[in-house]
Design a protein around this ligand. Structure first.
Ligand SMILES: *Cc1c(COP(=O)(O)O)cnc(C)c1O
Length: 237
């Protein structure tokens, strides 16, 4: 059993290590760390960790399951933590869109026209504007989420047409067993395709604990990092 003080020191050290990696990755890529937003992925970790992160200066957190995220968001607001930006990064069923649109500032996993329609309606009903990234499947295996590269404009133009949604960019996960530098190399061209649809669509969400340097080298603006900051996740029950 760790005490609160131990946990704070652990999370602070994890954050410092990741920030050092981001700085080194930016130096190697000739980029500035100010171009990078670190989204700390808090899935499976308690709301108390989110409160800690906010206190340590983290501004953006990511969650991948609606039920967990909505409860944690409410707990954080109850604890007075209201300034965080919440990123929804997991595969999203249309029947969860209503809930997600109530607390998510950014949805990274928009990957099909049906979901665009559901999110648009939900954001409108919630009286909120939700920023959307179109998730692409870099290896064409859409069962793990993401649209085919050929379908990027179809999904993205639906977001552009929806008045409660804003197209902000592209999101990808490196396929298993592939060199992430190779997999992510296509990202700048995808970003450029989206920028022709909306000048605000230049964000690139890529890079996790294991491949954040490759993502930085390939133009990522948003890293989604969980275990390197918070430690190993307990196995899903
Ligand atoms: C869990 C998750 C992450 C973070 O993974 P780590 O390896 O813990 O950094 C990033 N992106 C998505 C989509 C995730 O589900």
């Amino acid at each position: 059993m760790t005490t609160n003080g131990d946990r704070r020191a652990e999370v602070e050290a994890g954050l410092a290590r990741v920030r050092e990696r981001v700085e080194a990755g930016c130096a190697a890529a000739g980029r500035s760390p100010s171009e990078i937003c670190l989204v700390v992925v808090t899935k499976t970790h308690p709301a108390s960790d989110v409160v800690l992160l906010a206190d340590l200066g983290v501004t953006d957190v990511g969650e991948n399951r609606d039920q967990e995220a909505s409860g944690k968001h409410a707990e954080c607001v109850g604890a007075g933590v209201t300034g965080l930006r919440w990123h929804f990064i997991g595969q999203l069923q249309t029947n969860k869109a209503r809930s997600v649109a109530r607390y998510a500032d950014v949805v990274h996993s928009v990957d099909r026209p049906h979901l665009v329609a559901a999110l648009s309606k939900a954001a409108h009903q919630a009286g909120r504007e939700v920023e959307c990234l179109v998730q692409v499947s870099l290896d064409g295996d859409t069962s793990r989420g993401g649209c085919l590269l050929d379908d990027l404009e179809e999904v993205a133009s639906g977001v552009v047409a929806a008045d409660a949604l804003v197209l902000r960019g592209v999101m990808a996960v490196a396929p298993l067993g592939v060199d992430p530098y190779r997999a992510f190399a296509v990202l700048p061209s995808l970003r450029d395709r989206l920028l022709t649809l909306d000048p605000r669509a230049g964000l690139v969400s890529a890079g996790m604990s294991g491949d954040l340097e490759a993502a930085i080298a390939c133009g990522a603006t948003h890293l989604r990092v969980g275990s390197a900051v918070l430690g190993a996740r307990p196995p899903l029950g």
